[in-house]
Write a protein that binds this ligand. Sequence first.
Ligand SMILES: C[S@@+](CC[C@H](N)C(=O)[O-])C[C@H]1O[C@@H](n2cnc3c(N)ncnc32)[C@H](O)[C@@H]1O
Length: 433
Amino acid sequence: MTGPETPRRVEVGVDRPANGGEAVGRADGRVVFVRGAIPGERVVAEITDDRHDSYWRAHVVDVLDASPHRVSSPCPAASAGAGCCDLGHVDPDHARDLKQDVLLDVLDRVGHLPRDVVEGTELATVGVRRLGADTGWRIRTRLAVDGQGHPGQSAFRGRTIVTEPCVQPAAGMLDGLGDSRFTPHSELAVVLDADGARHVTELAPVEKPRRGSADSRRRAQQNRVRRSRPRDRVVVEGGANAVRRVGGRSWDIPVTGFWQAHREAPRAYSETVVDLVGAHLATPPRVAWDLYGGAGVFAGALLDGPGDLDTVHIVDSDQAALAAADHAFAGEGDRVRTHRGEVAARIADLSGRPDVVVLDPPRTGAGERVIAAVADARPGIVVHVGCDAARFARDLGLFAERGFRVVEIRGFDAFPLTHHVEAVACLLPSATG
Ligand SMILES: C[S@@+](CC[C@H](N)C(=O)[O-])C[C@H]1O[C@@H](n2cnc3c(N)ncnc32)[C@H](O)[C@@H]1O
């Protein structure tokens, strides 16, 4: 982020939370997004980005009127400038209320969902669910390695690496790593498996862009290609895969692959999917689609849920995740079918009408093309999982435009001490339910 050349400070009263964890106020006729402030506070903020006509970005340098919800951050890494626990200064119960406010706000502004629908959901009536302790919840993390080989958290701004510990990782997960030296500028994937064993894999440094005269579009393209190249990796501790369990099933997942970061999340979301399908679908499902399914955690939950699924299709772009699915469901024969590729492209191969479609896209959301294809398949029920509030709201709005109505939304505090929040919505075609 580029800041103004001469640091400039403004006094701001902030009154509402923003989707990125900042609090929003006004100063000098502009909207100001203030990192480190809590709605209701009056603060002195230093402007960090003044490139836009209508808004500035800033961070707190002094709190004039503190919120009663302000606490001293429990995270040494965040206090030293790491980007990890950006809501560590907010009492966690109040942070959950702020995340609820943000979700309700974007569902209205971005999703254009009728207030009376959203007001009846668990998100509005109960709030964002706590999944367990607010520290020590993380069982999968990435650490950056500095030029001297020390692992740590990346700083919020700049390229430095903070070696103070973060409080998100589970107890013991990072023990001793700070005393070891790794390849400078590499990255460490660290996970705790279902038996509590630690696995550490080092990923080779990403090749730096070459200096030269390439224009910005070519440079961006070169960077995309570089980032998508498989990186060399070395197992430093444990194995290349980690065992994961949800319900009575287990998976062997690459240490560098996707698994929910919060220890309790796979169980909580799987139970939610089964619960919502059981509550809102009139007859037991026969065919299900698990889109952006990874290794098929939701496919497993639906196979084991009420009813007797004939087939579940898992679609994902990650070959290793689908290999883990094929292995985990080897005993299911033809009931589980895996499809590798972009959901938008592969969805056309899934013939027949699905009773259930579960979508769990990455932060970018599913988007118009995928949602149109899901709607055209006329599913009996859709369960949509989102980890970015605004994209989640946009996707629900796209379903609403295609004749689906929201019957439930649940929020989960799957990333305590940060502004991130997970939400699960259940939608039905308008003529039913
Ligand atoms: C949030 S994860 C969910 C995985 C799984 N549902 C779980 O809970 O373990 C998103 C998944 O989408 C996959 N993915 C990302 N973009 C994709 C795309 N355009 N098409 C297909 N899969 C994609 C990733 O490989 C990842 O497995």
